[in-house]
Design a binder for this molecule. Sequence first.
Ligand code: FAD
Length: 258
Amino acid sequence: MNVLLVYAHPEPKSLNGALKDFTVQRLQAAGHTVQVSDLYAMNWKAALDADDAPERDTNRPFDASRDSKLAYAQGTQAADIATEQEKLLWADALILQFPLWWFSMPAILKGWVERVYAYGFAYGVGEHSDSRWGERYGEGKMKGKRAMLMVTTGGWDSHYSTRGINGPIDDLLFPINHGILYYPGFDVVPPFVSYRTSRMDAAKFAATCEELGVRLDELWSTRPIAYRQQNAGDYEIPALTLKDEIAPGVEGFDAHTR
Ligand code: FAD
């Protein structure tokens, strides 16, 4: 299988750097082919702006969606964007690896998503009408591929439990798992999260690698998070609210998981 690891940490000698090296070695030892997009090493441009559509009509104001759509359709996107899209099409599985920074991904990785997820590539795909709202949430160009988050946190696991002060980790990661990965069609497996990293020492690192190794070995057999497909009958169209008879009484993020 082909695995794309998109890695966002500025320091190669960090914990994340060590976990990235472990991941690459483990996957390769199992016979997989791995490409790493090491965003800091690549000096990845994080800001989506007019330079991403270098041949756009400069007589019109820059429009992030419209110019993305045109550049993607016409094959005139910035070269770094097109290269990352090719890697995504090549991959059977995508891993996004990052330290939790302010309860989300580092800005450089958010910028990778904003720029690489072009209109027509990751959104605006398929028929859009009153009876159909495109191919997304379980459908789209990434359908049939798997995705997983690899996250490290300073906070303890209890801080991220269902009654923990930081909020449940599944809720914090929902916008990434559901909104960024499931949206263009990935089957998303539960995240690998390493908590309380300030307490990392050789023994904890060995245990973390042991646990991570199993998750990598089982990447293709782990049951994905059972998000509800947009076009499988659970939602009213075009309102895109759950039908009254689906998960009655359940609201918020939980309602969108079967
Ligand atoms: P490092 O700092 O590189 O290492 C962590 C520990 O692991 C160190 O003690 C180091 O000695 C040890 N270590 C490193 N490599 C190894 C190895 N190979 N073997 C054994 N031990 C090793 N945390 C939250 O919980 N929520 C937040 O919202 C949040 N926001 C943040 C925002 C910012 C801007 C920053 C800078 C940090 C934030 N943090 C937050 C903390 C952050 O998530 C952690 O610092 C990060 O996940 C640790 O990962 P690292 O790779 O940077 O670890």
